[in-house]
Design a protein around this ligand. Structure first.
Ligand code: NAP
Length: 261
């Protein structure tokens, strides 16, 4: 299926590894010129080369911390008018909220709520004037299912703030063929998941292998997701065919969410 986005441009944040990398890969396969952002320039370059060789797409890198004003400026200088924006970065660390100081909360708000909003603010009017825009915020299934992740309350709290704001904005811009959706990962095998599993294994006094087996059993699919599955879905949500999907928070979780909506 041709997704109809060849020669579009995409700014993909947090793109050297994991879910962001998979989204960039899938967009590049569609002939999108991808601008990849992450902090570590070396791993970003490795990923950029892999994507360019595998897809033949144009790939540009911006090594910067996207959660800082300087990092956002650098990304937007390189790619001021993206047709597609994927917001993504690491999440706040897991832990008991009693140990979390005000400054940690402010940092989490800056990185996982304000950064996506500021990137959207900087790019959405261009999308509106070109009558095409696809914005995807990578958040977490915890936004719909917070009780599943008691140790990730800070992450879920700030991302829920972003989700609420997007619920208002998405409906204001969709008449211009600009969509904004949240993709909500359950558990995908990435470095981030590995860190979270390590944390939970230590907390529970069990081995990492035992924790992996326990966590997979809780998912109806009885496995973790593969980042490529996430990337392929992201590319569809960014496609020309997905203009009628907006303001949604789309769960990719192997059936783990127990409710209907
Ligand atoms: P990951 O494998 O750790 O990859 C994170 C990527 O983001 C890396 O490329 C990293 O590169 C980059 N990054 C981190 N902080 C950044 C920053 N400040 N500025 C720019 N780039 C930054 O993580 P992931 O599993 O793909 O997770 C992506 C998002 O999904 C995270 O917000 C995570 O909380 C959320 N999520 C993931 C899962 C899961 O199962 N994997 C589940 C729920 C939610 P550098 O370190 O070089 O910057």
């Amino acid at each position: 299926m041709d997704l109809g986005i060849k020669d579009r441009t995409a700014l993909v944040c947090g793109a050297s590894k994991g879910l962001g990398r998979a989204c960039a890969f899938a967009l590049a396969r569609e002939g999108v010129h991808v601008f990849l952002n992450a902090r570590n320039a070396d791993s970003l370059k490795v990923t950029a080369d892999e994507i360019a060789v595998a897809t033949g797409a144009r790939v540009t890198i911006v090594a910067a911390d996207i959660t800082t004003p300087g990092g956002r400026d650098a990304a937007l200088r390189a790619c001021p008018d993206p047709d597609i924006l994927i917001t993504n970065a690491g999440g706040p660390p897991p832990g008991d909220f009693r140990q979390v100081e005000r400054e940690d909360w402010l940092r989490a708000i800056e990185s996982n709520m304000l950064t996506p909003i500021l990137l959207i603010r900087a790019t959405i009017d261009g999308m509106i004037s070109r009558r095409f825009g696809r914005i995807v915020n990578i958040t977490t299934s915890g936004v719909k299912s917070p009780a599943t992740y008691p140790q990730l309350g800070i992450s879920i709290g700030v991302r829920a703030g972003l989700t609420g704001f997007i619920g208002t904005l998405a409906r204001q811009v969709t008449k211009h063929n600009v969509t904004i959706n949240g993709l909500l990962p359950g558990r995908f095998m990435t470095d981030r998941l590995q860190q979270n599993l390590n944390f939970t294994a230590v907390q529970s006094g069990i081995s990492l292998d035992e924790e992996i087996a326990r966590a997979q059993k809780l998912i109806p699919a009885e496995r973790f997701g593969h980042p490529d599955e996430f990337g392929a879905f992201c590319a569809f949500v960014c496609s020309a065919h997905a203009g009628y999907i907006t303001g949604q928070n789309l769960m990719l979780d192997g059936g783990a969410f127990p409710g209907l909506v």
